[in-house]
Design a protein around this ligand. Structure first.
Ligand SMILES: Cc1cc2nc3c(=O)[nH]c(=O)nc-3n(C[C@H](O)[C@H](O)[C@H](O)COP(=O)(O)O)c2cc1C
Length: 217
């Protein structure tokens, strides 16, 4: 089912009205229902969304550690969340920890391509975007986060040195504002804003703003 932007809960996004769903209605809520659980089928669909992302040479340089609220992976993550994330992340039903390869495996075989960390980071980002959009299309909002001690969590979870834990993707169902701290309630009321297209897109040459329609963007 497609979700429609809620004029109260969904912060304004002028200029984005013409985007396709679920791009248009996606946003990052911070109030999750701490009782909700995803089914194994729903989790599998999110992982399929990552699985079918495009990647350079079809190398699929992403791995995800599935952490359901309360399980061993989740318990390993929670103590290492930043202060700002420690209130809302643990309430989400699911966290997918996103990992990519950034260096060659120590015993790399000769016919295996050398690792290109930049390309792999790009690929992981694409796969993560697909997860987030698939979740939104399933009426399950997602909120990505980088604020945690990734080195510590990677160590506890046994991630090899040549792979890097980059971010987490929290997924769940929206909860009741009254059940969370004021700080997390307030976070959702912030006005969402974006840099103008003239700042993020150049016309033919670096620094030359793109734009016949810039006044509308
Ligand atoms: C890689 C990455 C790291 C992020 N880290 C955090 C974080 O640690 N804590 C947080 O509350 N939000 C985090 N966010 C969410 C962004 O703040 C959010 O996407 C941005 O403000 C735009 O808002 P929107 O997603 O509602 O459009 C992160 C997003 C990404 C993609």
């Amino acid at each position: 089912m497609r979700t429609q932007p809620d004029p109260v809960l969904h912060a304004p996004m002028p200029g984005a009205e013409g985007l396709a769903e679920p791009l248009r209605s996606r946003w990052s809520p911070s109030i999750f229902d701490a009782r909700h659980r995803l089914t194994a089928h729903e989790i599998a669909l999110l992982l399929h969304a990552a699985q079918w992302a495009p990647s350079s040479g079809n190398l699929q340089p992403w791995r995800f550690i599935v952490c359901e609220r309360g399980d061993a992976g989740h318990q390993a993550l929670v103590p290492h969340l930043s202060r700002g994330n420690s209130g809302w992340v643990p309430r989400a039903s699911l966290v997918l920890l996103a990992v990519t390869q950034v260096a060659d495996e120590p015993e790399r075989l000769e016919d295996v391509r050398p690792t290109d960390a930049d390309v792999n980071l790009y690929g992981l980002g694409l796969a993560a975007a697909q997860v987030v959009l698939q979740a939104q299309a399933m009426d399950l909002p997602a909120h990505q986060f980088g604020g945690f001690d990734k080195v510590a969590v990677a160590e506890v979870l046994g991630i090899p040195d040549w792979w890097r834990l980059v971010a987490g993707i929290a997924v769940g169902q929206r909860g009741e504002p009254g059940e969370v701290a004021e700080r997390d309630q307030e976070r959702e009321q912030r006005v969402r804003s974006r840099k103008p297209v003239t700042e993020i897109a150049f016309s033919g040459r670096w620094g030359v703003p793109w734009g016949p329609l810039t006044t509308q963007m």
